[in-house]
Design a protein around this ligand. Structure first.
Ligand SMILES: [Zn+2]
Length: 316
């Protein structure tokens, strides 16, 4: 089974949805508040729970078609990746069309928080009086982007962030083996974040972190990297996360324990021998300090330099 489904199946949100379905209390509209990947998974699992003759076995033909997104009574929106006025007309028409195979149909509105106000208003009418056989599932990471009138007409179920440990099986499915633990730890509890990291940005930041550890040796290097970091301010905090993980791994390895990030090449690990334990601990402390400074709105250049100079000092 796809690890995202086994992760979502164990959430309180799914337990509530499942008990609504099992108890014959399935409402006509739900809002799943959570990251995109989780929201999509719970919508598919909910539809499978309701339409599968076995109550969502995830093995039968019905479940398989639903989870693969090809069941005619479980339709995903928006088509083309974006909610538009014409798209909303089609969506509303679909709400009033009878189910093809059974008694119920499900419309899954992914990223409902990306609907503009015109689209939300168009949609609102159908939320007031939807036909009995159609159930609307909305997914939203940013609930405040939804009109209060939309929010008041849906049953809200929240999918809170997961722990790194819970995310690991999902990370293993979407990341390269050597990156799974790293990205599970860096994903801030969100499967969508883990996927984003796996799709590129994470790898790039990981390379940058290793470059800093291997190459920021002299004051001139620090000055050079200072410019690099200033050009990508939004990456600074995730970069700090990666650096902290790598540095504490080096500390652990120096003490004979196993680090979290495995599978690095000798070249990628070269810096580890160049820092003493005291230096590693000091850089980790400086990174914590940088993070605190940024939350208090300290100047970016000043903060980034503190980190770079800590790397230079750590070697001497
Ligand atoms: Zn089934």
């Amino acid at each position: 089974m796809d690890p995202i489904f086994s992760l979502i199946e164990r959430t309180p949100a799914f337990a509530v949805l499942s008990s609504d379905i099992g108890g014959g209390r399935l409402g006509h509209a739900y809002l799943f508040a959570g990251d995109e990947v989780s929201a999509e998974a719970i919508m598919l699992l909910g539809a499978a729970r309701a339409l599968c003759p076995e109550g969502g076995c995830q093995k039968c033909a019905t479940c398989r078609r639903i989870l693969a997104g090809i069941h005619p009574d479980v339709l995903s929106f928006p088509e083309g990746g974006k909610y538009t006025a014409e798209g909303m007309e089609a969506l509303i028409a679909e709400i009033y069309r009878r189910p093809t195979e059974g008694e119920k149909k499900f419309l899954l509105l992914k990223g409902a928080d990306s609907m503009n106000l015109t689209c939300q208003n168009k949609f609102l009418k159908t939320l007031e009086e939807p036909p009995g056989d159609c159930h609307l599932f909305l997914g939203a990471a940013r609930e405040d982007a939804l009109l209060p009138t939309v929010r008041s007409r849906v049953r809200r179920l929240e999918i809170p962030p997961f722990s790194a440990e819970q995310l690991l099986p999902f990370a293993r499915a979407v990341c390269r083996p050597e990156e799974a633990e790293l990205f599970a730890a860096l994903g801030q509890g969100s499967p969508s974040e883990v996927r984003k990291l796996a799709e590129g940005r994470g790898r790039e930041l990981f390379e940058l972190a290793l470059t800093l550890l291997n190459r920021c040796r002299k004051v001139e290097d620090a000055a050079y990297f200072s410019g690099e970091l200033a050009a990508r301010k939004e990456d600074f905090l995730p970069l700090c996360d990666i650096l902290s993980l790598l540095l504490s791994d080096a500390l652990k390895e120096h003490c004979g324990a196993e680090g979290q990030i495995k599978g690095l090449t000798a070249e990628q690990n070269r810096w580890k021998k160049q820092f003493s334990n005291a230096a590693l601990a000091e850089i980790i402390r400086v990174i914590k300090d940088c993070r605190k400074r940024l939350t208090y709105n300290a100047g970016f250049a000043y903060t980034a330099d503190a980190l770079l100079f800590a790397l230079v000092r750590g070697r001497s």
